[in-house]
Structure formats: C-alpha cells, structure tokens
Design a protein around this ligand. Structure first.
Ligand code: FAD
Ligand code: DLZ
Length: 510
C-alpha cells in the first residue's frame, strides 16, 4: 500500500487537496470518530450528529466511488480515541509508506499533526486547504507592512481576485463595493420569513442520534428535531432553498432580530460550508448569479458575498497569522466569570433568553444575536475572553476554533486591540429595541436605566464606557459617546454606575 489519506470530520469533499492525484487502487483513506475530537469542547449535540452522520455518509460515497475506506465508528471502548492513535494503527497494519492530509482548521490539532512524522515513523504530507479563497501565505503577504488591517480592503482584493460582482472594467457591480448602509431594516413580520430547509433523518442519522444520546448525553443542546442536511447533495438543496426563498430579503433584514422567528432570512449554510459539504466559492457564485438573473437585489447579494468572501476569509487569515498568542489576548483586562444563564437561558432578559434558547434548540443563532445580544452582554459585563470563547466554541453547529475565536475574542470582546473592528460593538438596550421586538415581551423596561426594572444593557453600557475611558476616549469613533457621558449630571452618572455595580454583583439572578 502506498499512501494513507486522513480525512477529518470537517473535510468532507471529494475536491479535498489530500485526494489530489491519489489512486484508489493503491492508496487507502482513513476516517475516524474519536473521543478526543468529540470532546475537546462541550460540542452541541446537533453538531455531533451532523458531523458523525455526514462523515458516515461521505465514507459511503467514497466507497461507492471505489476507495478503500478504513472508518472507525465512535465507541467508548475503542482502544484508539485520538486521530493519531487511529492513524498509527493503520500505518502499521497496512504498511503505509506515507500519510497525506489537508491542513486542519485548528491550531490545537495542527500542532499535533505537524509532529506525527516522529511518532509514526513515516513522512506526513500536509497539504494546503484549497477550499479557502486566500491561502494563509496570501493573507500574510497582504497584511505585511499595513498599519491597520481592515476587512473591507481585503474583501475588495478577494472580489478582484475572483471577479465576483466585478465588471469587466474592474468596477464593482451596482457602483459600490459595499451596500451595508442599506442593510439595517427592522423586521415587523412582513414579508413572512421562510421556513428553514429540512431533511428528515435517515437510518444513518437516526443511529447517530441514538449514539449521541447514549454517549454524549451531558453535552449542551438537544438532538430533538434534527433536520440538517448530512450529504453534499442535500446541502446543495439547502443552498437552492436559500437562493429561492431568503436571499432576496437577506440584505434588508440582515441585522434584524425577532421574538418569534429563529432563522429570519439567513442562509443557515455555515454548518455545511465549514465541514466541506458546500464549497464557499460556489456558494458565492450562485449568489452572484441570482443578481445577474434579477432574482435578488444587489444589497442582498453583495451583503451575502461579503460575509463569505470578506469576513470568513479575513477571520481565518487573522487566526493563522496570530496564533497561538491570539488565544491568550485580554486587552481590556476582563476578569468576570461567564454567567451560568448562558448554559440554561434562564434569565429575565428576553433578548438573551431568546438567543440562548434558540442556540440550545437549534445549535444556531444568527449573526446579530451572537454579536449584539450574547456577545454584547459579555463585553459590557467584562467576561473573561477565555470563558466566552469556550462558550461560543461549544454551542454552535458551525463552530470551529479558526472562525469562532477571532469572531468572539476579536469582534465581540475587542480583546485583541482591534483587528476585527476599529471600535468595540458595545450597545445599550436601545440598539436591541431598534432592531427587534424583544423589548415589548421583556421583564425589564428598555426606556429605563437606573431603576430596579431597568434594562440591564443600559447601565452596563455606561459602566463599560466609564471603566474603559483610558482605552477608548481618544478613539475618534467613540468621541461622541464620551461627550454624552460627560454631559450627564453627576448624580445620574452615579445612579447608572450604582445600578450596573448591582447587576454585576448579581449576574446569575438577572
Ligand atoms: P448568514 O448570515 O447567512 O451569512 C452567510 C455566510 O457568511 C455564513 O454561512 C458564513 O459562512 C459567513 N459568515 C457570516 N459572517 C461571518 C463572520 N463574522 N465570520 C465568518 N464567516 C461569516 N461563524 C462560523 O461559521 N462559525 C463560528 O464558530 C462562528 N462563531 C461566531 C461567534 C461570534 C461571537 C460571532 C459574532 C459570529 C460568529 N460566526 C461564526 C459568524 C456568523 O455569526 C455565522 O457565520 C453565521 O451566523 C452563520 O449563519 P448563516 O449561515 O445563516 O449565515
Ligand atoms: C468537530 C469534530 C468532531 C466533533 N469529531 C470529529 C471526529 O470524531 N473525527 C474527526 O476527524 N473530526 C472531528 N471533528 C472535526 C475536527 O475536530 C476538526 O477537523 C478540527 O477541529 C480542525 O478543524
């Protein structure tokens, strides 16, 4: 036997670089469900079901295509519970001359795999992950020598590189590179939000659900109503569903939140893109096609493409450029523990309850819930970055360190000094009121700030502004906030800080 090709749980595509020039007659594939990967965080149960079922379906497809696949199903009694142990066993057993794999998405595992040649005694070839539009090196070259790294400029490079939404003359389609200013509408139920795409569990998925319920019963979330796609074919259907029913309104309501609707006009494609069932560039091309054919407006299509071509690529670049030091960053010096209600949803703050409850049920919350509700609260309350990062890594079906960490530590917590935004995304309850209908069902009053029933976001916002004066008072984008703070009467400021101190001392009860 020549090469043993390792395919990881988030590399489920036949276009994988590890499979390039491989020969099904001489090379073998190894895939494994192992305890180490299934429990390095308290993965949401739906994420475990998605990955194990998608891995099993993908292995079947590979076998159908003529490959020999050595597939280890999860069992707690398996002697090999790490990828290294599984690979070592097969290298020995089969007499493989080398191991080939595609670079993995996390620093943690990358560090391990880069040492494997020593323990395995055969060369380990790690190939670049060509599913990304920019390689790690390309991002570093772009970043080198720049005083400030801004997603917007990197995104334009990616537009030019791919030609997506760019005219033959090199100009942006629609006359602007970015239509974000058009994408801030509140949603009041009209037009109706489409139902999310659903696939009913087949036998393979049902077996995996039972496995997860048996061996991972203490993990966060629920397997109930599992309806994610678990094959590339079904993920393509999910993409088509998004194009037909949600993309036209994606832009308008991108920042909206609803007390009744979990998914609104979002694509719900990240779980598939991140594990290989969908190719990010093809997804962007499909969206661009919708603009050219008049199926969706430019603010929707550009806004959507920017999330993938811009943000997704940018956060990955930042991750690999700055790890492993990045994970330790805590520039605002936060020390507070994560309130327990992040795990239970048991809080009187309606927006927090709804975001956390949706997260528990679905393994999903849309971007604005992650950024401006659960994220904003953690920022205002001064939660330790490490604790809130662990939470985000655990609770979403699309969570992987390379994408979760910069979004949480950088975008939400501003703990990296500002790679992901020139100012923190801190906001009072007014923002949540403006973009949602949560406040009208809330125990707290969004128009109050200092009273016992005042919205906690309000006084916590001013507490944040006050305690980080040295960090942000000279930030030109924060100047107005500091002037507003200074303008308030001393007794008002005192009352706001007192209310915030009370909340901070009693976080688990609010
Ligand atoms: P849509 O709103 O339909 O967006 C389309 C696609 O754009 C997404 O599928 C995703 O691939 C991409 N995208 C959008 N925003 C981002 C972003 N900020 N960074 C990277 N890609 C983006 N995304 C993850 O894929 N995994 C994570 O672990 C993750 N953790 C996050 C943690 C926090 C604190 C925040 C604020 C955001 C996080 N995001 C993460 C980004 C974003 O919230 C999700 O990608 C998005 O909500 C997924 O839902 P969707 O597919 O319906 O996205
Ligand atoms: C996330 C995950 C889980 C839950 N389980 C497995 C697994 O059992 N086997 C596997 O090969 N991969 C799994 N993964 C994905 C890996 O953790 C992922 O490849 C790394 O986190 C790098 O992105």
């Amino acid at each position: 036997m020549a090469s043993l090709i390792l395919i990881l749980g988030d590399q489920l595509t036949t276009d994988l670089s590890a499979l390039e020039n491989a020969n099904p007659d001489t090379d073998h594939i190894v895939m494994a469900e192992v305890h180490d990967e299934a429990s390095y965080t308290n993965h949401h149960k739906k994420k475990l079901v998605l990955l194990f079922s998608a891995m099993r379906h993908f292995a079947q497809q590979l076998e159908h295509d003529g490959w020999t696949v050595h597939y280890q199903r999860y069992h707690p009694d398996n002697p090999a519970q790490s990828l290294e142990a599984v690979v070592a066993h097969h290298v020995q057993d089969l007499g493989a001359e080398r191991v080939i794999t595609t670079e993995c998405g996390e620093w943690r595992l990358h560090e391990q795999i880069s040492q494997w040649h020593q323990s395995l005694g055969v060369p380990v070839e790690i190939r670049s992950d060509t599913r990304f539009i920019a390689s790690k090196q390309e991002f570093m070259d772009w970043a080198e020598g720049r005083k400030q790294l801004r997603m917007e400029f990197f995104y334009r490079e990616m537009r030019r590189k791919t030609g997506l939404l760019v005219t033959p003359e090199g100009e942006p389609e629609g006359g602007e590179w970015n239509f974000d200013a058009d994408n801030r509408r509140k949603w009041s139920g009209n037009p109706a939000a489409p139902s999310p795409f659903r696939v009913e569990p087949d036998d393979v998925t049902r077996e995996v659900i039972e496995l997860v319920e048996t061996h991972f019963k203490d993990h966060f979330g629920t397997t109930e109503d599992f309806h994610f796609a678990v094959t590339a074919e079904d993920a393509e259907q999910a993409l088509a569903h998004f194009m037909d029913f949600a993309l036209p309104c994606f832009g308008d309501f991108q920042d909206a939140m609803s007390d009744d609707e979990d998914w609104l006009f979002h694509s719900i494609l990240s779980p598939y893109i991140n594990c290989g069932l969908l190719d990010p560039l093809s997804v962007c091309e499909a969206a661009a096609q919708a603009w050219y054919s008049g199926q969706a407006p430019i603010n929707a299509v550009e806004g959507f493409v920017r999330q993938i071509l811009g943000w997704r690529e940018f956060v990955r670049g930042i991750y690999w450029m700055t790890m492993p030091e990045y994970a330790q960053e805590n520039r605002l010096g936060n020390t507070r523990k994560l309130p327990w209600f992040y795990w239970t949803g048991d809080t009187k703050m309606r927006c927090m309850h709804r975001a956390i409850d949706a997260t528990r049920r679905n393994g999903y919350a849309h971007h604005i819930q992650r950024l401006m509700v659960t994220g904003n609260f953690a920022l205002l309350a001064g939660v330790k970055p490490e604790e809130i990062c662990d939470w985000y890594l655990a609770v979403y079906a699309d969570a992987y360190d390379w994408v979760e960490l910069p979004n949480t530590l950088g975008m939400v917590m501003h703990a990296d000094g500002g790679y992901l935004g020139s100012k923190p995304y801190a906001a009072s309850g007014k923002y949540i009121q403006r973009m949602s209908d949560h406040c009208r069902n809330c125990h707290y009053k969004v128009n109050k700030a200092t009273e016992d029933d005042a919205c906690p976001f309000n006084s916590l916002y001013w507490h944040f502004i006050n305690r980080h004066q040295a960090d942000f008072a000279n930030n030109p984008r924060m100047g107005m906030m500091y002037r507003n703070w200074e303008k308030q009467k001393p007794e008002r400021r005192k009352a706001l800080l007192k209310r915030a101190e009370f909340l901070l001392a009693n976080l688990d009860t609010i």
